[in-house]
Design a protein around this ligand. Structure first.
Ligand SMILES: C[S@@+](CC[C@H](N)C(=O)[O-])C[C@H]1O[C@@H](n2cnc3c(N)ncnc32)[C@H](O)[C@@H]1O
Length: 273
């Protein structure tokens, strides 16, 4: 008999995470991801007319990059406000993208619907990683490409997520998003479904007026940071803010008061078997 215990837990965790991502406005943070979206699209190289899916698209960064290539593009995210923003952005640029509200763990498409399936700092957050990986594989046609850009355990990403984890520990039994940022994790998740995985670490730069400004941006708009701030008492809040500011400071490359934060991340492109 099938054991549904984990399924129920995953649904509860997914609902809680959806509330977190719907807090604030990720579109304000998404400007820092444009370079990663451009780089991933270039690496996966969808051709004009090909069908491309942006999984956990937020306000649509990568979907819009692919649409500029005259691809047939769809994007899903489970935060309705971000999908609405993505639709505005596409309309403002005169681009056609089929944006829908959906869960990365249950993609609303038939098997083999896409030539290229991509995600930037998105699918990695789904709690049921095996299900999310199987959905990427399912909707990608044989010979198609699956491309991911995501956080790694080292550098700004690892430091940033570890700092949040100390104040809002992840639910028990859920593997960390950083698993997708290692070759071992990628092989476990996509292994049998792909012919090859080419991965490399790249650097993306985040630009802010100052380290204080970076902190303000995340405290004002980034759901996971805002949720920690809502949950902890005043003293803990100050400690968390101090640690977060130190994280931005550690990876700041600017020497003139501005903050140019160096983020090492993993870009991987796999060919569907
Ligand atoms: C860090 S943001 C990245 C957004 C976008 N890919 C970008 O680069 O701008 C993470 C996004 O993943 C979405 N997300 C997380 N888990 C998801 C899930 N299970 N299904 C759909 N979207 C999800 C969040 O709503 C959020 O928009």
């Amino acid at each position: 008999m099938k054991d549904n215990t984990n399924l129920a837990d995953y649904q509860k965790i997914t609902d809680q995470q959806q509330t977190t991502w719907a807090t604030g406005d990720f579109n304000e943070i998404a400007r820092q991801n444009v370079g990663m979206a451009e780089a991933l699209c270039q690496a996966a190289d969808p051709h004009p007319g090909q069908r491309v899916l942006d999984v956990a698209c937020g306000s649509g960064n990568l979907a819009l990059v692919a649409a500029r290539r005259y691809c047939q593009v769809a994007g899903i995210d489970y935060v309705p406000g971000l999908i609405e923003r993505a639709q505005w952005r596409a309309a403002a640029d005169g681009l056609e993208v089929d944006f829908r509200v959906a869960d990365a763990q249950a993609l609303p498409y038939p098997d083999a619907s896409f030539d290229v399936v991509l995600s930037v700092y998105g699918v990695q957050f789904a709690p049921d990683q095996e299900k999310a990986a199987s959905e990427l594989l399912r909707v990608c046609r044989p010979g198609g490409k699956i491309g991911l850009a995501g956080p790694i355990p080292e550098g700004w990403s690892g430091d940033f997520f570890a700092t949040h984890g100390r104040y809002a520990p992840p639910p028990p039994g859920v593997k960390p998003p950083l698993r997708w940022g290692t070759d071992e994790g990628l092989n476990e998740l996509l292994g049998d479904g792909v012919r090859a995985i080419e991965s490399k670490q790249l650097v993306s730069l985040q630009y802010y007026r100052s380290v204080g400004h970076a902190l303000d941006v995340f405290c004002s708009y980034f759901g996971p940071t805002m949720r920690v701030l809502q949950k902890v008492d005043a003293e803990t809040r100050q400690r968390f803010l101090g640690e977060l500011k130190a994280v931005f400071g550690r990876y700041n490359q600017a020497a003139n008061g501005a903050a140019i934060v160096e983020n090492h991340y993993l870009q991987a492109v796999a060919t569907r078997a």
